[in-house]
Unconditional design. Structure first.
Length: 136
């Protein structure tokens, strides 16, 4: 990474947003068999608003965000949103069984969970990692 672009991923994202905006794709993701493009503006704004949402929920520097999902843009938004708030992301793929979710949730001690779908939330809830065990 060069200094002009930034020394963190969120700073590099901001640099690319300012440089490319809507004129270049940052990534593509296949949704129902059709490739969906995401520009640097899309990427930046999703991360920005998710980071602000995390702050409104009390996420603070050093906190851990547990991300449960698939290899999709939402995962990257959540990861960079946590980093933008000087936090840490802990990513788990959505095909883990409840006992595996419980193991990682207990050992990573997340401050907030993030889910791509309602089914992942249900699976996480059934894993036994409920509100009286969570930090929040």
């Amino acid at each position: 990474m060069t200094r002009e672009k930034g020394d963190t991923w969120p700073k590099m994202l901001k640099h690319n947003y300012e440089k490319y905006g809507d004129s270049r794709r940052a990534m593509r993701h296949k949704h129902y068999g059709i490739w969906q493009p995401y520009t640097w503006k899309d990427y930046y704004l999703n991360v920005k608003y998710l980071a602000l949402g995390l702050l409104s929920l009390g996420f603070k520097p050093g906190d851990k965000l547990l991300i449960i999902g698939d290899n999709a843009p939402e995962w990257y938004y959540a990861e960079l949103a946590a980093q933008a708030n000087h936090g840490v992301s802990v990513g788990l793929y959505s095909d883990l069984v409840p006992s595996e979710l419980r193991y990682f949730a207990e050992n990573s001690e997340p401050d907030l969970p993030s889910f791509k779908t309602r089914n992942r939330l249900i699976s996480y809830s059934r894993s036994g990692k409920n509100s009286h065990n969570s930090k929040r």
